[in-house]
Design a protein around this ligand. Structure first.
Ligand SMILES: NC(=O)c1ccc[n+]([C@@H]2O[C@H](COP(=O)([O-])OP(=O)(O)OC[C@H]3O[C@@H](n4cnc5c(N)ncnc54)[C@H](O)[C@@H]3O)[C@@H](O)[C@H]2O)c1
Ligand SMILES: [Zn+2]
Length: 361
């Protein structure tokens, strides 16, 4: 079992990373002084796979256990389903000493977290992430939210969990498409702050390691360390935390311009990272050799490095909506080498030229 600390003063917590460790959750919660009732929030896909082992360990350590099982999918990440979680919590008699445990991917984690943040003005929250994306990203850092017809994650809060507890073996039941999508965020961590992680990913392709749990322990731990360090310095995204958006400005634009149907989040971010690298090279910020390395690793991973059938006007509309443009400039996270990035304004005409010449297929 590995542990990564997220340092946030009195709200600090640990990220536990292990293999087949779910039976340890109960004792670890006791160590935090938690007791009484817990509500496991999960979905119809994850519940039959992993809920049982959690229920056993929690009962063995004296918790009284209840479940809220949501339908599976991003479409259900809304206030109606948060209201369902509140109903389950009231029916089970959860009080201010009780805990909500999110068991699942980022959708379940974001919804359960929002419910935990607001039920009785906030009760204990534990993340048990079961997708690669949730393990390296969504479960860490305290952003919790639901979608609104006006946009994704528009209703939310910052609410840190008491603990993040992950079993790397849960990745074995995840589809390779979901793994690949989460892998885009790991590549992101390499580019924004860790050259040696990046080189390791180049030398150890994930496709050759997809069932290698030691490999995942290693790269998940390194990713969690980076996210934890960034969040501990800038919990509420006043500055530094924005580097985690590398690849996401264009990525969010592509997702929105295609109504979230064409690309997975990781695929859109992959294209966005390639776009940002090309823009950085065009602006003379990064060498073409390093830009190529970014493109190559993304391509070798099986993630897209180009896009088609989306007009510049559409893409620009959604990019602007996501990030306010100032005088035709958008603030971008751009790589200056592998392992470091800067925030810089980018002129929309330059962006258009680079994307049309190098990314549109
Ligand atoms: N809070 C944050 O900081 C943050 C960061 C990034 C993303 N997010 C949010 O996370 C969500 C995406 O998360 P995701 O990619 O985990 O998607 P997801 O939660 O929809 O999970 C993907 C699919 O995998 C299934 N699944 C989960 N664990 C499984 C397992 N071990 N085996 C088999 N199937 C499993 C899920 O039921 C779902 O069908 C988005 O809503 C996004 O907004 C939040
Ligand atoms: Zn992302």
């Amino acid at each position: 079992m590995k542990k990564v600390e997220l340092a946030l003063g009195t709200r600090s917590y640990q990220i536990h990373i292990g293999i087949n460790n779910l039976s340890r959750l109960g004792p670890e919660m006791r160590k935090l002084g938690l007791r009484g009732k817990v509500l496991i929030v999960t979905n119809t896909k994850v519940e039959p796979l992993y809920a049982e082992s959690l229920i056993d360990t929690l009962k063995e350590t004296g918790f009284s256990v209840h479940k809220a099982v949501l339908p599976d999918g991003e479409n259900y990440k809304n206030l109606d389903n948060v209201a369902f979680i509140y109903d389950c919590a009231f029916n089970a008699g959860l009080d201010r000493q009780s805990s909500i445990i999110a068991l699942g991917g980022g959708v379940v984690g974001d919804m359960a977290g929002f419910a935990a943040a607001t039920y009785m003005r906030g009760i204990n929250f534990i993340q048990v992430p079961t997708t690669l994306l949730a393990q390296v990203d969504a479960s860490i850092g305290g952003k919790v939210a639901v979608n609104h017809p006006q946009g994704k994650n528009m209703i939310g809060a910052f609410y840190q969990p008491r603990m993040v507890f992950m079993d790397i073996a849960t990745l074995l039941t995840l589809s390779s498409g979901e793994i690949r999508s989460g892998f885009a965020e790991i590549i992101k961590y390499g580019v924004i702050s860790n050259h040696s992680l990046y080189s390791y990913l180049e030398e150890h392709p994930f496709l050759e390691n997809i069932d290698n749990l030691e490999y995942w322990m290693d790269v998940v731990e390194k990713s969690c360390l980076i996210k934890a360090q960034v969040v501990s310095k800038d919990e509420r995204e006043q500055g530094l935390r924005a580097i985690l958006n590398f690849g996401h400005t264009i990525g969010h634009g592509l997702e929105a311009a295609t109504s979230y149907q064409k690309y997975s989040h990781g695929e859109a971010v992959a294209i966005g990272m390639v776009g940002a690298a090309c823009i950085a090279r065009e602006m003379g910020l990064i060498s073409s050799g390093e830009e190529e390395r970014i493109k190559n690793l993304i391509g070798k991973t099986g993630l897209p490095v180009s896009y088609s059938d989306i007009s510049w006007d559409d893409l620009w509309f959604y990019i602007q909506r996501d990030k306010k443009a100032q005088d035709g400039n958008i603030n971008f996270i751009l790589p200056t080498s592998i392992g470091s990035v800067i925030l810089s304004p980018v002129d929309s005409e330059l962006m258009r030229k680079v994307l049309e010449q190098e990314l549109v297929k």
